[in-house]
Design a protein around this ligand. Structure first.
Ligand SMILES: Nc1ncnc2c1ncn2[C@@H]1O[C@H](COP(=O)(O)OP(=O)(O)OP(=O)(O)O)[C@@H](O)[C@H]1O
Ligand SMILES: [Mg+2]
Length: 312
């Protein structure tokens, strides 16, 4: 059942965060410098093709297994900087799902963990950027947006059923697989949660982090808030993904414009706006993943899509 939303309050809370530029609220160990040494297994059995990214915890490279010629992504994490990494690996192994990036193997060497992952293509941030100003965001295809949202909500629903919170959902942590489906990645901040006691670690990335995280008392619904902002980012494209640019224009006014009813109604329909607001509502009024997946706009859009083309 849909709960009422204090939309005004929710929006202003959301955009108070949005007004600031993207800010990482990291634990001190995440501010690492990466050592580029590979484990012996990787050096002997894989060829490094190119570097895909250099992030907070380490580097991600595209590699090819010499024997099979199969390609993978190799994420290297400095264990001195992220001592809990092996726990997150155990967690990631436990939550394998069609819309969660697949882990193939893990190798250790002095101070470094090499994590072999399925090789994906773009991340969602690059995808949104590449469509900036293009037709997709002038009039986003309803089915495409609904399908992308549903894929990720299924992953989140699965995680929450397993009592795992991701805690860092944002476009650069969502990857497009070679089968052209979205996959949730980067479990650096993920944790198991106890439904009877709130989480308190201050982690996440602006503007995707839920406001209650700053109060150090929150539940797995922080992931739904992030999904709501990601939904807005998908609909509004680069306008939302780069919040600092909003300050260049008219700050909060421009931000409020992102949930402008006319724009949403023209682009996706009023039901989509209701869902977005429900996802970024204050925690008590916010929907959970199940409710979001059962949202009438989402189910109708997916139903219409099934009638005319193949989607996930
Ligand atoms: N399996 C993969 N296939 C292809 N590219 C990947 C893969 N995993 C990660 N990447 C690329 O590397 C980037 C960073 O990966 P990830 O988010 O896992 O690490 P991170 O340490 O959090 O880095 P960052 O600080 O950049 O978020 C992703 O946004 C993506 O572009
Ligand atoms: Mg990341």
């Amino acid at each position: 059942m849909l709960l009422p939303i204090d939309a005004q309050t929710a929006e202003s809370r959301c955009f108070d965060f949005l007004r600031s530029s993207v800010l990482l609220m990291c634990t001190p160990h995440s501010l690492s410098h990466f050592s580029s040494t590979c484990s012996r297994e990787v050096e002997e059995n894989y060829i490094i093709i190119k570097r895909l990214s250099k992030g907070k915890f380490g580097e991600v490279k595209q590699v090819q297994q010499k024997r099979s010629k199969r390609q993978f992504a190799l994420k290297q994490v400095n264990l001195n900087q992220d001592p809990c990494c092996d726990l997150k690996i155990q967690l990631l192994r436990r939550v394998q799902h069609r819309h969660i990036v697949r882990i193939h193997d893990v190798f250790w060497s002095a101070g470094v963990m090499d994590i072999l992952l399925e090789l994906c293509m773009d991340n969602m941030a690059a995808y949104i950027e590449s469509h900036r100003g293009s037709e997709v965001y002038q009039t986003p295809a309803v089915m495409e947006v609904a399908d992308s949202l549903a894929q990720l909500l299924r992953a989140v629903n699965f995680l929450h059923e397993k009592q795992v919170a991701h805690r860092n959902i944002q476009p650069c942590n969502v990857l497009l697989s070679s089968q052209k489906i979205w996959k949730l990645a980067d479990f650096n901040f993920a944790c198991e949660f106890d439904p009877s006691s709130p989480m308190s670690e201050k982690v996440g990335s602006r503007p995707y982090v839920a406001p209650e995280v700053a109060q150090r008392e929150y539940t797995e619904k922080c992931d739904i808030y992030s999904m709501g902002v990601l939904f807005i980012a998908l609909v509004r494209g680069g306008e939302y993904v780069r919040p600092s640019s909003l300050e260049d224009v008219k700050g909060k006014e421009a931000a409020q414009e992102l949930l402008n009813e006319t724009t949403w109604t023209q682009r996706l329909g009023y039901g989509a706006l209701v869902l977005a607001k429900h996802m970024i509502a204050l925690e008590d009024a916010r929907c959970d993943s199940e409710e979001a997946l059962n949202n009438p706009w989402l189910t109708q859009s997916l139903g219409a899509a099934r009638g005319c083309c193949i989607i996930s």
